[in-house]
Design a binder for this molecule. Sequence first.
Ligand SMILES: Cc1cc2nc3c(=O)[nH]c(=O)nc-3n(C[C@H](O)[C@H](O)[C@H](O)COP(=O)(O)O)c2cc1C
Length: 303
Amino acid sequence: MINLSVEIAGIKFKNPVMVASGCYGFGREFSNFYDLNLLGAIMVKGLTLEPRIGNPPPRIAETPAGMLNSVGLQNPGVEGFIKNELPWLKQYDVPVIANINGHSYEEFAEITDRLAGVSGISALEVNISCPNVKNGGMFFGTDPVMAGEVVKRVRAKTDLPLIVKLSPNVTDIAEIAKAVEAAGADAVSLINTVLAMAIDIKTRRPALSNVVGGLSGPAVKPLAVRMVWQVAQAVSVPIIGMGGIAKAEDAIEFFLAGANAVAIGAANLSNPMVAVEVIDGLKMWLEQEKIEDIQHLVGGVII
Ligand SMILES: Cc1cc2nc3c(=O)[nH]c(=O)nc-3n(C[C@H](O)[C@H](O)[C@H](O)COP(=O)(O)O)c2cc1C
């Protein structure tokens, strides 16, 4: 018998494979392909206080071994989520993790307030890599003091477990991870997309209307594995690793680097079955290797 289950921040997950925010909508489209009960957890599309239509197209571009996106947090707003998406998701026996975004500390606090006490949400994923308008366009997730302050404001508004999503666009991600742990994060997830740009040489225009966007997919996997490994040395809270996972072997690298669970993002867009394939692949690999519990892999890299 192989044990894939994992407990993170007091939540029991039947397996450690989640679907990453922004690459799975609210799950409806994927329910045509498989039973969502198979998943470890669903991290829903990033929510904001008000509904957003996002950036104008083009806002997706293919790159070698990856993709750029500048969707710009298109979402129905927190109330739209609570009214129209959460009731549908509640039919499944899968933890729903609400990804929250704000342009100011106050907005983070307010959106948390709206979600606190709403049944059907297992945890919040606090996305601290969106631009902070009030502080001149800096990013919350690139400054340890600001990152810690967001977590404190959110912590003050809810008892829900807090997973803080870290930005890779920093020199020292371990420093940010330590700051959010000290401020009350129950877990960290990483990585968000890597700031990037592509140019169409015929038109000489950027591939994205927003000029720059976030790179994800296989191209970022080694970067993500390195960052998970660094964060695992620095904090004692659990880690949810993501970035370029498209098969079980990719996920295993993350566990060995120190992740307790993984999430799959962009790969869902090209292969809607990827999450169940990774879950099955992990089981098969553990059986082959005669490893009874997936958590025995965590941090197992030999250096
Ligand atoms: C189209 C798209 C939209 C995304 N939207 C969000 C979002 O709303 N909130 C968030 O925290 N991350 C968002 N992400 C980042 C992913 O959740 C993930 O962290 C990142 O893409 C790395 O994983 P991957 O290489 O498996 O995609 C988005 C990624 C993509 C490709």
